[in-house]
Design a protein around this ligand. Structure first.
Ligand code: CUA
Length: 368
């Protein structure tokens, strides 16, 4: 408790009753403990958590992710050691060599060769100890993909992700499927501005730049759904440029590929709603010539490439770059006003009737 406050509380009984002054004193004496507890609370609460951090780099699930994490932990403990040594020296110095009343003037010294050499060499040695594993990890992470790696082109768009598997003939959006235990080689680029592909639990982040290819190579080791998102500011809906990585068992991955490359489900002439939806999908709308088919590929129907490929859109769990669930309500909401859902969306608001929206929802959901 500050001395001035104590003086005030004790010396001004006309302003503060004695009892009140004592209560105040007690309160201020307790204050540092209170502040300490409040500061500690987040640590305690964090320790109780299971896995509330779906985008934490501290829980890696791939070979390169673990290599980066191991390096991080190594450097963290070096930093802890440096912190402890420096702070201990500082505190000991402050206490031991503090000025005492009546003490003689301290001995004045200048320079000490042994100390100078020691505190030059010690940090240099620590930096070398950090540099060796760092350089090793950089080469490990940036190495070439092993033969047999699944080749995937990742293309950033404002504001969604396109994934192409050239060897497998699959084109999809926003939800990247990978086989567990097989190396994958991502070739990352952009169709417009600079984005950055980042699925923190799987691997490091890589910028997606137009006209240039960056690479990310890793082997996912655990089945699951991993969240990620664009990590480079790219316009009004940067924060809405989410992504999901589904790591499947090898069998499930093969089944997914077979499903994605299968011929489109034929529209049954008895399915009036789906037929109406297909008609609405193809309709050219004056005066701006807006139409779904201008921007979207739908196997057997259209070949637009400005927007996500919708050939098997019904098989995805979310739409609009993870913004909405891929259910009737989510799709209807998106079709009603994409720009309201995703500010700046290149998909414009088109005046669709409620009947058209219902038909389009039925059609898109049937395209799985
Ligand atoms: Cu794309 Cu930020």
């Amino acid at each position: 408790m500050p001395g001035a406050l104590r003086q005030f509380a004790i010396q001004y009984p006309p302003l503060l009753e004695r009892g009140m002054a004592r209560a105040l004193l007690r309160r201020f004496r307790a204050a540092p403990w209170g502040v300490g507890l409040v500061l500690l609370a987040p640590l305690v609460i964090a320790a109780c958590s299971g896995d509330p951090y779906p985008q934490s780099t501290l829980h890696p699930t791939s070979d390169t992710g673990r290599a980066i994490d191991a390096l991080y932990r190594q450097i963290f403990w070096w930093a802890v050691a440096v912190f402890v040594v420096v702070q201990t020296a500082l505190i000991v110095t402050i206490i031991r060599f503090r000025n005492r009343p009546g003490a003689a003037e301290a001995k004045q010294i200048h320079g000490n060769t042994a100390v100078e050499i020691a505190w030059t060499l010690a940090p240099a040695a620590i930096l070398v100890a950090i540099a060796i594993p760092t350089i090793k990890t950089i080469f490990q992470v940036a190495g070439d993909a092993p033969s047999g790696a699944v080749q995937i082109e990742v293309i950033g768009h404002q504001w969604w992700w396109e994934y192409r598997y050239p060897e497998l003939g699959v084109v999809t959006a926003n939800e990247l499927h990978l086989p567990q235990g097989r190396p994958v080689a991502l070739a990352i680029s952009s169709a417009d501005v600079i984005h950055s592909f980042w699925a923190p639990k799987l691997s490091g982040k890589r910028d997606a730049m137009p006209g240039r290819i960056t690479r990310l190579v890793f082997t996912p080791d655990s089945v699951g759904t991993y969240l990620g998102q664009c990590a480079e500011f790219c316009g009004p809906s940067h924060a809405n440029m989410r992504l999901r990585v589904m790591v499947d068992t090898p069998q499930a991955f093969d089944a997914w590929v077979a499903h994605q490359t299968a011929a489109p489900v034929a529209v049954d002439s008895a399915q009036a709603m789906i037929l109406a939806g297909e008609a609405a999908f193809k309709k050219i709308r004056d005066p701006a010539n807006h139409s779904c088919i201008v921007c979207h590929t739908m196997a057997g129907v259209s070949g637009g490439v400005a927007g996500p490929n919708l050939s098997h859109v019904g098989s995805r769990t979310t739409i609009a770059s993870g913004l909405l669930p891929n259910d009737s309500a989510g799709v209807a909401r998106w079709l009603r006003d994409p720009v309201a859902e995703k500010p700046g969306s290149l998909m414009p608001k088109i005046d669709l009737t409620d009947d058209e929206i219902a038909a389009l929802v039925a059609y898109l959901q049937s395209r799985n």
